[in-house]
Design a protein around this ligand. Sequence first.
Ligand SMILES: NC(=O)c1ccc[n+]([C@@H]2O[C@H](COP(=O)([O-])OP(=O)(O)OC[C@H]3O[C@@H](n4cnc5c(N)ncnc54)[C@H](OP(=O)(O)O)[C@@H]3O)[C@@H](O)[C@H]2O)c1
Length: 327
Amino acid sequence: MLTVLQAVLLPLLRLYLCGIRVLIYQMFNKSFTLPVLPKQNGRVAIVTGGTRGMGYETARHLARLGMRVIIAGNEREEGKAAARTIQAECREGKAEFMFLDLTSQKSVRHFAETFKSRGLPLHVLVNNAGTMLVPERQTEDGFEFHFALNYLGHFLLTNLLLDVLKRSGRAGCCSRIVNMSSATHYAGVIHMDDLNRRACYSSHGAYAQSKLALVLFTYYLQEQMTASGSSVIVNAVDPGMVDTALYDNLWSLARALKKPFAKILFRTPAEGAAITVYAAAASEMEGVGSCYLYNGQKRQSASASYDTELQADLWKKSCQLTGLHKA
Ligand SMILES: NC(=O)c1ccc[n+]([C@@H]2O[C@H](COP(=O)([O-])OP(=O)(O)OC[C@H]3O[C@@H](n4cnc5c(N)ncnc54)[C@H](OP(=O)(O)O)[C@@H]3O)[C@@H](O)[C@H]2O)c1
């Protein structure tokens, strides 16, 4: 009984507490305003989950700055429509859609191969796609859904594209990787022996774990990039609480309660996306990696995220689970 309470109720309470703290902050603080950003003509970006929500707003903003943006998503028609809309309003940038299902390692590998076969450079990779509070479910590769989509798919994608990112960056003009985390990572615990949460499933715990994993991954990858002298920077961002379809899986009571709050206290998708665009394009961020960015500033992430042993263990385990031999 105690185990069930610990495994299910505690993550839920911790997640909602994180949410309340963010809402209180948002009640008293204005959304961060982007500084003037340099033009990005000639640069290429991939935005996962760029079909809707914050991913769409990120893709749109980067295209407006002159980038060639590839929206990577798993809804073909919606993805193509999103790219067309962005393309129609951008004079300098370009937007296009490429299929990517992050819950399938086969799809991730196929996406990376197809992208590489085009011979394009890659200056910005935004690992934005995500899902939240999905009932217990496994991917075709047998992984828990949040862990696979939010974290492991992005881990694999990033590693497969790393050589292009390294080649495309240079000193003074680094390639940039932006990992979309969340304040919920503060409630996260990495269950190294049960990453798929089979012992006692909690959708709240699984979401928080995936977002903490992204921060651990950010810091560890930056260490590697620095050690190898690569011109690639890696940062994690936290957009605050943003009114998007991400909350569609909330229990009906929580969804009903959320509605009036969302109108007043939540950020809009464009406001939420500002921190991602900042990490991807701001001059202030040139050469600056290993940050957890929130509301335009560097913040302390959860103490567990700085645990270098945990970072290394998660990296090693992720390599095993994805068949990468870089541990
Ligand atoms: N909203 C918030 O308050 C909040 C707070 C902190 C962090 N975040 C994070 O922000 C990110 C964006 O979320 P959002 O709020 O903008 O929610 P959203 O509107 O639901 O967007 C989620 C995106 O993920 C994509 N996606 C879902 N499953 C996918 C798959 N299997 N393969 C590839 N792409 C997939 C969706 O694309 P399709 O339409 O193609 O499925 C969609 O574009 C997520 O990582 C989320 O965890 C959100």
